[in-house]
Ligand binder design. Sequence first.
Ligand code: IMP
Ligand code: MG
Length: 184
Amino acid sequence: MQSNPEIAAWTGGRPLRRIVFSEGCIARRVTEIGREIGAHYPREEDLLVIGLLKGSFIFLADLVRQIPRPLHVDFLGAASYGSGTESSGEVRLVYDAEAEIAGRHVLLVEDIIDSGNTVNRLAPILRARGARSLELCALLHKRLAPPLDLEPRWVGFDAPPEFLVGYGLDHSENFRSLPFIASI
Ligand code: IMP
Ligand code: MG
């Protein structure tokens, strides 16, 4: 894969194993999910979309542009990985949303569900703040986690049990800007 010069330009020559989801395939799926989300919520009720930093920033940006209704955007920052490819098990809240949660429909947007630790930690926090409804949309789901405190209503793709990078996902902060999703 590293012999492809176009891809090497993005990765600085760091090797990737294979492209798992192409740019076009992601775009088509994001449009589908956006329409479904738009149809799910009553038009006259407030929708707050909360992206989980940092991994969801590209997905969130593309997704909200495919949800044809008024909405607000905020962010939460959670960190569970050090520099390795396995979850440390401990989830730290490193940035909190400014938006009022009470009484609003809240849609949490995750890049990928792996162990489920992040969602299991954040869902109770958002519920305790009095969200009118709480739903989860994840671009990728590894389907490895035991039942979650909050199951995703929308999933972009089931992900293979590999470490994935690109389209916001990182390995030690590298590869976030790849326009596709690859395994390393
Ligand atoms: P969980 O808490 O184990 O479900 O993992 C959630 C977070 O870990 C995600 O939001 C990602 O930031 C990160 N993560 C899990 N699997 C991967 C992966 O394959 N590639 C990159 N980041 C991952
Ligand atoms: Mg990460």
